[in-house]
Design a protein around this ligand. Structure first.
Ligand code: L34
Length: 290
């Protein structure tokens, strides 16, 4: 059993990106510039956006965080997005999710210029992705593909079960794995799936992205399966200094001994989500897609 080291893979890709940025800057071009909008004060979002800013610094990107209060109106947020769409010094930007409930997530996503949509959430980008056209790929699924590639995990003809059908992870992941080059046979399971345990038991590759901590247990896993854990839930703990710990969607201690490969939480998919956002921002600066 191999524990996939997302931090190691992210570090390797970070190095590749840094080299490219250094050569762009040496040619007199501006460094890629990523902007993140953070609305409200969700603790996890603060951490994730902080990691994104740190990674920008490490690869030589310019980065800006726009912090807006929880009370921001939809109109105000849309106005901020329009400004960024029109700002030539900004290559790409994201609105960190979740956003407050009084703002329509869909309106926000559709207000972003697809050319600057480095999250790949705009329907133009997801539509292009489904048609195998060049597009910004959503960061978490793209990060998972990078892990599979780095560890030379065979996907062709394998049965992959994706748990979860979100627009951000489950659905794009299932679609990408079914595309040419990855060639998986894919099943999407969700809260209404019947015989979920049997479905998962038949999988060569399991991608768990349902947001229920420790949902996938040892008895569900076929021996030798590859298990990718996207879940990240904060729970209180009296065993850690911080007073809380992170749990994945997979019961790691039970599942790991049965796997060929497994991602840990933290240190698995999370760091790859960040690096894939950097890849998209570099593509935006180089105008590689649009
Ligand atoms: N717009 N919203 C937008 N784009 C995204 O790509 C995201 N996502 C998800 C939530 N909302 C978003 C992220 O950035 C999840 N996500 C994310 C990013 C980074 C990490 C986890 C999720 C991460 O850094 N994980 C670390 C541990 C972090 C910690 O200590 O809490 C890890 O090792 O898994």
């Amino acid at each position: 059993m191999t524990i996939i080291d997302g931090k190691e893979v992210a570090a390797a890709l970070r190095k590749e990106i840094s080299v490219e940025v250094a050569s762009m800057v040496a040619d007199g071009k501006p460094a890629p510039h990523l902007v993140a909008i953070l609305v409200g004060d969700d603790g996890a979002s603060q951490t994730y956006v902080g990691h994104k800013e740190k990674c920008c610094n490490e690869v030589g990107f310019d980065s800006t965080i726009i912090r807006l209060p929880e009370s921001t109106t939809e109109e105000e947020l849309l106005a901020e997005i329009i400004k960024l769409n029109e700002d030539d010094t900004v290559d790409g930007f994201i609105v960190q999710l979740p956003i407050p409930k009084h703002i329509s997530e869909q309106k926000v996503i559709e207000a972003i210029d697809p050319k600057k949509d480095v999250d790949g959430f705009h329907p133009v980008n997801s539509g292009r992705m489904i048609s195998s056209l060049p597009s910004y790929l959503p960061a978490t699924p793209d990060g998972i593909l990078s892990l599979l590639k780095y560890y030379k995990i065979e996907t062709s003809g394998k049965h992959c079960v994706v748990l979860g059908r979100s627009n951000i992870v489950g659905r794009p992941m299932a679609n990408l794995l079914s595309q040419k080059g990855w060639d998986c046979t894919v099943t999407i399971c969700h809260s209404r799936t019947k015989n979920l345990k049997e479905m998962v038991s038949s999988a060569d590759i399991v991608v768990a992205a349902i947001g229920i901590s420790e949902f996938v247990t040892g008895d569900m896993i076929k021996p030798g399966a590859v298990v990718i854990d996207v879940g990240i839930t904060r729970v209180k703990s009296d065993k850690t200094k911080s007073g809380w710990k992170l749990l994945g969607d997979v019961k790691f201690d039970e599942v790991a001994p049965k796997c060929s490969f497994i991602t840990p939480v933290p240190g698995g998919v999370g760091p790859m989500t960040i690096i894939s956002l950097m890849k998209n921002t570099l593509k935006a600066a180089k105008k590689e897609i649009y």
